[in-house]
Write a protein that binds this ligand. Sequence first.
Ligand code: ADP
Ligand code: MG
Length: 616
Amino acid sequence: MADIIQLLPDSVANQIAAGEVIQRPASVVKELVENAIDAGATQIKVNIKDAGRTLIQIIDNGCGMSDTDARMAFERHATSKIRTANDIFAIHTMGFRGEALASIAAIAEVELRTREHDQDLGTFIHISGSNIITQEPVSCDAGTNFQIKNLFFNVPARRKFLKSNPAELKHIINEIQRIALANPDISISLHHNGSVIYELNGANKRVRIVSIFGKNINQNLIPIDTETSLVKLTGFIGQPKHARKTFGEQFFFVNKRYMKHPFFHKAIMQAFEKILPPDTIPSYFIYFDLNPADIDVNIHPTKTEIKFENESAIWQILQASVREALGKFNIVPSIDFDQAGSVDIPMPLHDFNKVTIPEIKVNPSYNPFETQAPQKSYSGSKTSFSPRTEQRSAPTNWQTLYKGLESDLTSAPEPQEDEPVQFKIEEQQTVKNSVQFKNKYILTPVKSGLMVIDQKRAHERILYERLMQVLENNEVASQQQLFPETFELNASDATLLTSILPDLRALGFDIRDFGKNSFIINGTPGVLNTSSPIEIIEGLLEEYKNSPVNLQEKARETVAVSLAQASAIPYGQTLKPGEINELIDNLFACQTPNFSPKGKKVLSIMPLEDFEKLLK
Ligand code: ADP
Ligand code: MG
């Protein structure tokens, strides 16, 4: 019988392996920037075109490569970083499988220009789909310059799998963020389609964090500095009041490498327990330095999870350090001496028999973070709305909820069976009996029982329908700001905002890109009637980032949903009776009052029978 087993040609093997290492443009950026750092670069420039689809260029001032090394670098398992198996346990460099360049060369066009510092001439190599097209001497700068063009040109399935440009760019920005935070001493720049996203000069950790996340974060950073025989911990945690509802400013680094560590994340969450506003996650930037032999070597270059030898001990150290830092900054609730009159100092007494023990009165219900969620009145809300029910016809079946209610609750005459029941009248009668509960729900009696309305979701629904109406009817009404406000965002939020600016304009926002991640707001949507547009834009971006809706196809709708969520009256806000009225009134004027724009229930009815059962 003829032999049937064949060795795969290298190019095919490389292409298969490439799938493991290179999933998207951001993976190329990560591998090449890490190589530059391993090569001792102090300056790295990253130029991207079309979110990496057409070009990824990385220029470094590292050691460069000789002509033989330049050629060798593209071979599978070619690495200058491991000589013996033992080296694996002492590895400090970033990647160490010698696979990245081979993988990239298999699925793209690669042009490499590299020169060692003591050489006059450098080397130029052009590879396409693992085939060497050219190798020749070239005069170029010392260091290395990689250009990766037409990524996945020969792997259509991969190319199809790529997300929209903003989404892919976001991945690239995230990788650069991680590397830049892990290596604050290295200067890194990132340009996309010719415009600057980052221009980061070598600095200390704090300056690096501030230059990435904006100057507002500065006063919120609390330093961490702990050294034990097992591990050295440095970095910062954010103040509880700076905590956000979404992830984005949580970073662990181990030996200058970004890692994910859900277990250590828990240690931090526990240290912050009870001092965070509800459902928020504190920022943290924590650097672990320890003997590489004490961590399980992460053989897979794309993996970010790392296993520690002494995990539970480090867990304890981490938690203690965070607690201590919070304590030092008086963040952890302790006896509150600031409250006037809380300390009773005994008066000097003539009658020593009457001496009493000094007493410290502590208000047990005092919560230092209460100011986070002040019980604002509805009118002090970020947005308010004027009743516009007249523009809408009431939905058909709502009145049945209230039918006959009046007779249940008051002695007014019952409407005739065949008499059309006026929605508006019914509702107002009901509203009189509506109350707010826990500053979160509105309870309103209906004929069949008790209706519970979620105040925030109800307002989201109302705002959403108004915004959609603006979009559908093209009836943009912008309310001009008396004093245009400027604001600055971090780079990734700035790119996101830029990408949705046209949709925001269609909704009535007049926002202009000022360059360098700053913007100016000249006008806001008339339907929102907002007093704090910047807060709303920030909330909108948070919501938008977490939206599962397909961003490409339904971008506008997603913007409207996010905007409604960001502008809705929050939980914890006290509503005046008139405001409760208005809310119910407007909710029932919606086309889909039962569900929030994200599909969550706005209301539910607890049937009368259930009350009877309760009291049996
Ligand atoms: P690894 O990083 O695991 O060694 P790579 O495929 O990423 O594998 O790189 C292969 C080799 O190419 C590296 O070991 C290094 O010697 C060389 N190399 C890659 N990038 C650079 C660079 N920017 N400067 C100098 N040498 C580089
Ligand atoms: Mg590498």
